[in-house]
Design a protein around this ligand. Structure first.
Ligand code: KG4
Ligand code: ZN
Length: 345
C-alpha cells in the first residue's frame, strides 16, 4: 500500500510517499521545504507569513514527492494529512489540498493527529516496538509525556507547566543572537565547548514531583547574558557562549529525562520513544540511550529527518488509522471537519 503523507502544521511544508509493507513502513520519498529564512528575521514563526508561504509551496512539494518516489497520484492508495493541532492557516493548506486530491482521485483519506505522527516516526526504525511505551514528545510547541498501548492511542501522563523545551533553545539562541531555529545552533555551539558554564538550577515544585518547567530557564539565560557585557554579540566561536550553550543543553536533557524512571515503573513500560524536533539534540539522544539501557527499556529515537515535522511520519501514522472511504457524500459527517482525532493534548 502506497500512502501520500502531508504535513504543514507550523513552518515546514512537507510531503512524503511511504510504502506500508508486512515488515513496516518504507520511505519512498520525503520532501520538506523549510521557511527558516522567512521567519528568521522575526526570531520565531509568524503565522500569517507561514500560511501564505505554504500556499506557494504546497503544489510543488507534493509534485516533487510523487516524482521522486516515481509513483503517480493514481497509484496512491491512501492520502494522510495532519488535521491538528497547529496553526490553523498553515494546517488548512495541505488539509484542503489533500481533500481536493482525494475527492478528484477517489482515494481513501485519513486525518492524523500531529502528535500521533511524531510517535509513528519511530515505526521506520522500530516497527516491532514492544508496548506499553513511554513516549516523550518534545518540539517547539510540545513537551509531553504519554503512555502508548499501541501506535494509535496516546494517554497523557504529564506535560510542561509553561514553555516547551524547544522554546528554551529557540529563545536562548535568540538572546545570544545565534540565529533561528535555535535548537540546532545551540547543539552545534555546545559541541565546540571545552567545558560547560555553571549548571542551571532545576525547577522545584511544592508537591516534590519531577514536573517540567522551562520558562525559568529562559529568565536564567537572560540574567547570565546580562551579567556579561558583550556576550549577546560575541557569537558562536566565543568559548563563553559555547560553555553557556552546553549548560543550557545539559539542563534541558537532564530535566526532560528526570521523570522517566518513575513513570516507566508506574506504567510497566517496555520501551521508550523520544520524538519531535528536540529529539534531534545530540545530548538528549546520548542521555536517553544510556537511561533506556539502565532501565532495560527498548529505545526508539527516530533519525533526525523523521524527528522534525515531516510528511513521512504522517503517512506512517495514517497507515495505522481507519480511513474515510469514498464515495464522499455518504461520509459527510465522518471526520472531515478540522478537528483533532480525540487525542488528549
Ligand atoms: O517538531 P518540530 O520540527 O516542530 C514543532 O512541532 O514545533 O520541532 C522544532 C523544534 C524547534 O524548537 C527547534 O529549535 C528544535 O525543535 N530542534 C532542536 C534541534 N533540532 C531542532 N532542539 C535541540 N537540538 C537540536 N539539534
Ligand atoms: Zn511537531
Amino acid at each position: 500500500m502506497f500512502i501520500l503523507g502531508l504535513e504543514s502544521s507550523c513552518d515546514d511544508c512537507s510531503a512524503a510517499v511511504v510504502e506500508e509493507t508486512a515488515s513496516g513502513p518504507v520511505l519512498k520519498s520525503l520532501v520538506r521545504r523549510s521557511q527558516d529564512a522567512l521567519h528568521g528575521p522575526f526570531g520565531g514563526v509568524v503565522p500569517e507569513l507561514a500560511a501564505r508561504e505554504h500556499l506557494l509551496q504546497v503544489r510543488g512539494t507534493i509534485a516533487e514527492a510523487l516524482e521522486k518516489a516515481e509513483i503517480p497520484l493514481k497509484q496512491i492508495d491512501r492520502i494522510a494529512v495532519t488535521q491538528g493541532p497547529g496553526l490553523v492557516g498553515s494546517l488548512l493548506t495541505t488539509f484542503s489540498a489533500s481533500k481536493a486530491m482525494a475527492w478528484r482521485m477517489n482515494t481513501p483519506w485519513v486525518g492524523v493527529h500531529h502528535l500521533l505522527g511524531h510517535l509513528n516516526a519511530a515505526r521506520f526504525a522500530a516497527p516491532d516496538l514492544p508496548f506499553p511505551a513511554l513516549v516523550l514528545l518534545v518540539s517547539g510547541g510540545h513537551t509531553h509525556l504519554y503512555r502508548a498501548v499501541d501506535w494509535t492511542h496516546l494517554e497523557l501522563l504529564q506535560k510542561t507547566r509553561d514553555d516547551a523545551a524547544g522554546e528554551a533553545f529557540d529563545k536562548g539562541a535568540r538572546m545570544l543572537n545565534l540565529g533561528y531555529p535555535g535548537g540546532p545552533l545551540v547543539d552545534a555551539c555546545s559541541q565546540k565547548a571545552m567545558k560547560a558554564a555553571a549548571p542551571f538550577t532545576p525547577p522545584k515544585f511544592r508537591d516534590g514531583k519531577a514536573a517540567w518547567s522551562f520558562s525559568g530557564l529562559k529568565t536564567a539565560m537572560k540574567l547570565r547574558i546580562a551579567a556579561e557585557p558583550g556576550l549577546d554579540r560575541a557569537g558562536a566561536e566565543d568559548p563563553r557562549v559555547q560553555g553557556l550553550c552546553r549548560s543550557l543543553q545539559d539542563a534541558v536533557s537532564q530535566w526532560l529525562l528526570k521523570p522517566i524512571p518513575e513513570w516507566a515503573d508506574t506504567i510497566g513500560a517496555k520501551s521508550l520513544v523520544v520524538s519531535g524536533g528536540v529529539a534531534c539534540n545530540s545530548k538528549l539522544r546520548t542521555e536517553a540511550s544510556a537511561l533506556a539501557q539502565k532501565l532495560g527499556l527498548r529505545l526508539a529515537i527516530p533519525e533526525p529527518k523523521f524527528c522534525t515535522d515531516n510528511g513521512a511520519m504522517i503517512a506512517a501514522a495514517g497507515a495505522m488509522l481507519p480511513v474515510v472511504e469514498p464515495p464522499w457524500a455518504e461520509n459527510a459527517d465522518s471526520g472531515l471537519a478540522l478537528n483533532p482525532i480525540g487525542c488528549p493534548e
